[in-house]
Design a protein around this ligand. Sequence first.
Ligand SMILES: NC(=O)c1ccc[n+]([C@@H]2O[C@H](COP(=O)([O-])OP(=O)(O)OC[C@H]3O[C@@H](n4cnc5c(N)ncnc54)[C@H](OP(=O)(O)O)[C@@H]3O)[C@@H](O)[C@H]2O)c1
Length: 248
Amino acid sequence: MFWLTYISNLVNGETMNVMILGAGGGIGLALLEAYAQAPETTKIFATHHRPVSDVSPLVNWLQLDLADPDSVAALAAQVDDAIDRWICCTGILAYPDHGPEKSLRQLNAEKLQCDHMINAVGPLTAFAALAPRLRSSQLRAAFLSAQVGSIEDNRLGGWHGYRMSKAALNMGVKCLAIECARWRNDPTIVAVHPGTTKSNLSRSFIQTRKAPVQSAAVCADNLKQLIESLQPEQSGQFLRLSGERLPW
Ligand SMILES: NC(=O)c1ccc[n+]([C@@H]2O[C@H](COP(=O)([O-])OP(=O)(O)OC[C@H]3O[C@@H](n4cnc5c(N)ncnc54)[C@H](OP(=O)(O)O)[C@@H]3O)[C@@H](O)[C@H]2O)c1
């Protein structure tokens, strides 16, 4: 399979290096598998937090803990190729000792700080650390956010830490898009709501849900399609997988 992909790349003359953060997670791993099968993929840099097993010889696994600034800073030294696709699939909703908040009584400063480190600060500082590698002429960057991070769309309240940290991520993505539009390569940078998807993150919260929930494989296929169809004028937007815009 690897050699078939490699030969096909050579024949087509189209290649791309892909970086997926959180490639050990539900959506991240399915996306990794989708890109590993794409003939134009030459190399994948994939970060994991906990150990993962090998998927494809195209993958270079890198250890990353977004809660640790030294781990984020160390990323740069491990990636020596230009990156054409940056897809951040990391995120946290609940911890073993702390689920998402249902009311003010459950607010805990340490938990809120962890949410912000992992959901907003980590992804942004990782992008900054890799910036010299992100000057490819075809750079498309997607950060997985969540619709519940939309301030305008918040009608139910609760889940303070997740909502606040995803709203902070959204603002960070908007700032990146504005600043990076001054780069010569004119990158496209978006925040994406992947839709409710079966994964570790969602498992405890979808059991009673009546509406259908998509599999990680379906989510990844649609996400890849969205990323591959992104146009520079969409940079700085918050999108559903369908490409429809969400309010900030
Ligand atoms: N699933 C849904 O319904 C849904 C809905 C809306 C938005 N989203 C968003 O979609 C993205 C992917 O979620 P998912 O459903 O695939 O969840 P998931 O299976 O739990 O994957 C989350 C990923 O984040 C990584 N991660 C967590 N803490 C980290 C840390 N400190 N350092 C580095 N990586 C860390 C996890 O690594 P380890 O497993 O190794 O810790 C895992 O790879 C997240 O941003 C999530 O907020 C998901």
